[in-house]
Design a protein around this ligand. Sequence first.
Ligand SMILES: [Zn+2]
Length: 351
Amino acid sequence: MTNRTLASPGLLERLATGPVICAEGYLFELERRGYIQAGAFVPEVVLERPEKVYELHREFVHAGSDVVEAFTYYGHREKLRVIGKEELLEPLNRNALNIAAEVADESGTLLAGNICNTNIWVPEDKNTHAAARGMFEEQVGWAVDAGADMIIGETFCWTDEALVALDVIQASGKPSVITFALDADGLHDGADGVTACKRLADAGADVVGLNCFRGPATMLPVVRDIRAAVDCHVAALPVPYRTTPEHKTFQLLEDTSCCCTPSTGSFPTALDPFVCNRYEMGEFAKEMFSAGVNYLGICCGAGPHHIRSMAEALGRRPPASRYSPDMSKHAYQGTDDNIPDYYKKLGEMYE
Ligand SMILES: [Zn+2]
């Protein structure tokens, strides 16, 4: 147990007065930086190279994230069993929470505990339901011990699994954020995003919505419908990739202009040509917020520049805005008086 003082204002007070931004996507960014292995995607980095996790938390906060999400995504019992390291389960979770707590406390942001899809849920097998509940209970317990301000349950593909996660979070007394990852045809149980979110909202979730899998273009229309269907706060945390009506999720994107990607396709390690730029993510945030969606963020693929753009689109000026683009002082394309006319003239070749 820690003596951490809860952040004030808390999640619900912040949502009552404006948008809350939550940066996700730690797995992808730390994989890209060389500290996590694609495939298993287990966040051992929180034990092996904690300084890298501190740094990424701080970068996202610097860029405007209001939430520091403890990096326990896929740090659950099943994932650690798959890689044969169950003994790391508790130290990994406690370390991730302590790292996130330190960054939240130094920055006045919210500390979020995190639980997620267990990958063991089988609808007709009640044993898997009990096992999933046990996984949620142990992780939520550690988050409570660390003094979490809220708990995020994310990337669920089964409505009933998410309901169990919500039940465990509610028992902890912490505010709950539950988000589904929506495949092209809906959830694994056949539910669409609206129906699933409605069930979670009816069960008392504080925030419901979608995260991961879909990019802005294919997440936005669904989240609009969710907003219309529920009374609670609504979340939208897309992946920053250009998904399309034909390829609704990032798993389905295929880079046909390249012949050297792995046989498995562009997901998850060759999605680079599909990355949204910062302006697209800013537009997404603006459009969603004006539609009444007030919990906004980005999942796998997010970079601090995307988060800053979202924050600025919502009228914020996070510390990183000090370095937001100003092309007036560019050597060739600048318009500033201090740029030599000769170079401004040369710059015309870029027009
Ligand atoms: Zn994701």
